[in-house]
Design a protein around this ligand. Structure first.
Ligand SMILES: *Cc1c(COP(=O)(O)O)cnc(C)c1O
Length: 371
């Protein structure tokens, strides 16, 4: 076996991240554990303020997941039973799940070649019951917010952004999640700003929405002995708030390194059988994942695996074709662009610790596969 074929290219490497940040992470643990306070402490507020500054919104509320952030953003805007929310069939299932969980009905609109909701198709999906649009900034590429906000304004709709993959991504210089009425962010371990386990937060400029979500996340308790509404337990832990506060300072470096990876991939992978949506001049994408659209995708995946290169299908099923979506009444053929992409998408290895040599090896294997 030659040296080149012995090279391994893992999809993601969180252990390397630990090595890089070990001193600071252990200091976070030491600070929090030694003082012995773990729930809704000053550290949580400090992270919320730092994240709000970073994003450019008035309020951030720390929660225990991105899914809860989306759900609470919808709920706090009064969206529920009998309402419709327009969204995209290309996302993680939690986008649709958050809409269903507040009692509303998800209504899908097809995507563009870049996997983002097609604003030109939104108007046709609007009914008298439509209350909001929930665009998804897939892989950290912001949906076309100028066009989406224009439709929303015209029809008086709310815009709740699924910004789960959006930390460090900008559209026309404005951070993702700061365009609409509110946004849900995820700090899941696979996101760019990641916690030690689950975590998430909601961002908004609306004082009342922030106030309601702050109550809802902690049982509707105004103080220890005064419950003003029934809520849930969905609080960002102090330890994770401390870790996220530290990692927020490093976020730009994480995103810069990921953007550099994508640049190298773009230069090396021969276009044709592999389509890589270009980065438009007004986009500054955070690339939580690097997803290409490839001919003979499954064969390519096996070919890469045999050469030590891990890739993953993100995702092979459009949201309207899941078993859980059966009651929504959609069928195959309803969203042809999204469905075609599901047969072609492949996420190549992509994390901030990849070396140029690894990217070159993976790119070369892709080119060799197509001959
Ligand atoms: C990760 C993710 C979510 C869910 O976030 P969690 O923190 O895992 O609950 C929602 N939408 C998208 C697009 C995501 O990538």
């Amino acid at each position: 076996m030659s040296a080149a074929t012995a090279l391994k290219v893992p999809f993601i490497d969180l252990k390397q991240r630990y090595e890089e940040e070990k001193t600071e992470l252990l200091a976070c643990v030491e600070r929090v554990v030694s003082q012995g306070h773990f729930v809704l402490t000053q550290e949580v507020s400090e992270f919320e303020q730092a994240a709000a500054r970073y994003i450019g919104v008035k309020h951030v509320v720390g929660l225990n997941s991105g899914t809860d952030a989306l759900m609470m953003a919808l709920w706090a805007h009064g969206i529920g039973k009998g309402d419709e929310v327009i969204t995209t069939p290309v996302s993680f299932v939690a986008t649709t799940g958050s809409i269903v969980h507040v009692g509303a009905k998800p209504v899908y609109v097809d995507v563009r070649e870049d996997q983002l909701i097609d604003p030109a198709k939104i108007e046709a999906a609007i009914t008298p019951r439509t209350k909001a649009i929930m665009p998804v900034h897939w892989i950290g590429r912001i949906a076309d917010m100028d066009a989406i906000m224009a439709v929303a304004k015209k029809h008086k709709l709310l815009v709740i952004e699924d910004a789960a993959q959006t930390m460090g991504a900008y559209y026309k210089g404005k951070h993702g999640g700061s365009h609409g009425n509110a946004a849900g962010y995820s700090a899941h371990p696979l996101k760019n700003l990641n916690a030690l386990g689950d975590g998430g937060f909601m961002g908004t400029n609306d004082d009342e929405v922030a106030r309601k979500v702050k109550l809802y996340r902690t049982h509707g308790l105004e103080s220890r002995d005064s419950c003003v509404m029934y809520g849930v337990n969905s609080r960002l832990d102090t330890l994770n708030a401390e870790v996220l506060k530290f990692r927020l300072q490093r976020l730009k470096s994480v995103v810069d390194r990921r953007r550099r990876n994508v640049e190298i991939y773009r230069k090396l992978i021969k276009p044709g059988p592999v389509y890589i949506p270009p980065e438009k001049p007004h986009e500054h994408n955070s690339y939580v994942m690097f997803i290409v659209q490839a001919e003979r995708r499954d064969e390519l995946k096996d070919y890469l695996a045999a050469r030590g290169i891990e890739s993953l299908v993100y995702y092979g099923t459009a949201l309207h074709l899941h078993k859980a979506a059966a009651r929504l009444g959609y069928k195959r053929g309803d969203f042809p662009v999204a469905e075609k992409q599901c047969d072609r998408v492949l996420a190549l290895p992509h994390h901030q610790h990849l070396t140029e040599e690894q990217i070159a090896y993976a790119s070369e294997a892709v080119n060799k596969f197509y001959g």
